[in-house]
Design a protein around this ligand. Sequence first.
Ligand SMILES: *[C@@H]1O[C@H](CO)[C@@H](O)[C@H](O)[C@H]1NC(C)=O
Ligand SMILES: *[C@@H]1O[C@H](CO)[C@@H](O)[C@H](O)[C@H]1NC(C)=O
Ligand SMILES: *[C@@H]1O[C@H](CO)[C@@H](O)[C@H](O)[C@H]1NC(C)=O
Ligand SMILES: *[C@@H]1O[C@H](CO)[C@@H](O)[C@H](O)[C@H]1NC(C)=O
Length: 178
Amino acid sequence: MASPSTSLLFVILLFSLITLHQQSTSPAAAAAAQPLSPAAQEYLGAHNEARAAVGVGPLRWSEGLANLSSRLVRYQRNKMSCNFANLTNSKYGGNQLWAGGAAKTPRMAVEKWVEEKQFYNHADNTCAPNHQCGVYTQVVWRNSSELGCAQATCVKENTSLTICLYNPPGNYIGESPY
Ligand SMILES: *[C@@H]1O[C@H](CO)[C@@H](O)[C@H](O)[C@H]1NC(C)=O
Ligand SMILES: *[C@@H]1O[C@H](CO)[C@@H](O)[C@H](O)[C@H]1NC(C)=O
Ligand SMILES: *[C@@H]1O[C@H](CO)[C@@H](O)[C@H](O)[C@H]1NC(C)=O
Ligand SMILES: *[C@@H]1O[C@H](CO)[C@@H](O)[C@H](O)[C@H]1NC(C)=O
């Protein structure tokens, strides 16, 4: 996993979790009681547009995943210099974006992941060399049904870290997203 360089401005780094463990049952409840915050609507809308573009059904917002994302980004901000979280042992899928130079809206963050679509070849489920299609394939992973995201701004370095978590996780090696 690359460590973000804090000496560069306007750098965008992407990271996606590759799921190594077996698919497990997901007990996370999908209660949509509260109206969604504007940020949640933006994260969700940007994901669901990218999914609809390839004929994949929408995700739901999960307050539990949003809370977990929020705890993760705050921990990374406070203790880890805003570096990417280590989600290796997470039971959820994870996309991360580290951005320098300016704050990123939720939509801008998701669109950075979706930009990797151009390097993804769905016909044979491959990615062009030196690209991170995993962030895109997690966005459009058909079996993922719930989403929660959060962003932290790292004032000192003027950078931000965005994390989205997905349940059930995507990016199973050798499986196509849709
Ligand atoms: C998420 O966090 C909010 C605010 O701390 C809390 O009220 C809510 O119960 C939490 N929801 C879940 C599902 O963890
Ligand atoms: C992430 O955590 C896993 C499991 O704890 C560990 O094996 C791995 O070395 C860690 N990766 C990094 C980049 O710290
Ligand atoms: C931090 O980024 C903002 C834009 O989001 C910019 O206006 C400001 O000048 C930057 N500050 C530093 C110290 O680079
Ligand atoms: C989706 O889930 C079904 C049922 O659990 C499984 O058979 C299938 O391989 C999964 N597909 C993907 C792309 O993960």
